[in-house]
Design a protein around this ligand. Sequence first.
Ligand code: SF4
Length: 351
Amino acid sequence: MKVIPIQAARVPAAPFAGGPLTDTRGRWLRDLRISVTDRCNFRCVYCMPREVFDANHPFLPHSQILSFEEIARLARVFVGLGVKKIRLTGGEPLVRKQVPRLVAMLAELPVEITLTTNGSLLARQAQALADAGLDRVTVSLDSLDDATFRAMNDADYPVAKVLEGIEAAAAASLAPVKINMVVKRATNDHHILPMAEHWRGSGHIVRFIEYMDVGSTNGWRMDDVVPSSEVVRRISERWPLEPIDPNYPGEVAERWRYRDGAGEIGVISSVTQAFCASCNRMRLSTEGSLFTCLFAQSGHDLKRLLRGGASDEELRAEIAAVWQRRDDRYSEIRTAETAKQRKIEMSYIGG
Ligand code: SF4
């Protein structure tokens, strides 16, 4: 698989003088997504296709991935730069051992801590994660139909286990649980209504995600995308919906509520309704590189500074410099050609 260039940290960036940290498009740095592992026990066809991520795939050795102490130190620097929310991702974050220990370290910071998981290991860990200080959890679930779900996660894993994980999360007061369904035409789009129906009135929130050209290995085609407008129309024809305001500026999902009071859904429309103008997310990869966009083609190595004895001030200056130079807007410029470009794999930086 092609290697993504990682730019070594340039000469130490000028100290960041403080104040609002904005990029070249005036976007604030608000959310940090931290990938704690590049490994996963699923092989979802739109993220880690098995033919690429096979038994010979060179996953990162433990010595190369950031320790919890290194992650917590960087998180503290990011919070000092204005980060309000940290999302733990992977690969599948819960395949890494002792994630509750990392959550407890991050819980010392004035920041919201969330986690995105495929739910397969959640039932066993939900209470420990909540006790450690996790605020919320998002679970990926692409269908309630076992055959379709197994076809999409290509790991022969039953839906029932993921539903158990969601129940355990709710019991551990990690509710409302957000449930992410990636919709791919002629693969699972016929399960949009059953998914909506199942979670109506549950208090949990399903978000329907447009299938994206993440990475360079999922064979993405525009024909396989079901636009969010179609998802909303299909559901609204059955249960009328109305739009509601975002919870905060830059929220990824567009919110819709059922007129009959049965709760809300969300749609995430990176392909048909780009939201780059308010994108306030930075990503930290498993081995300590910064990525300023989900569709980035290169990253910025922070680990060399971190393990090279840099002070918090130097790390702060470097992170600020990376953000201040940022001008990403991939979803606004996506074409069939750009979709074929070499891009960082989502499993390496988290969704
Ligand atoms: S394409 Fe990149 S810049 Fe645009 S919303 Fe997604 S992550 Fe942000």
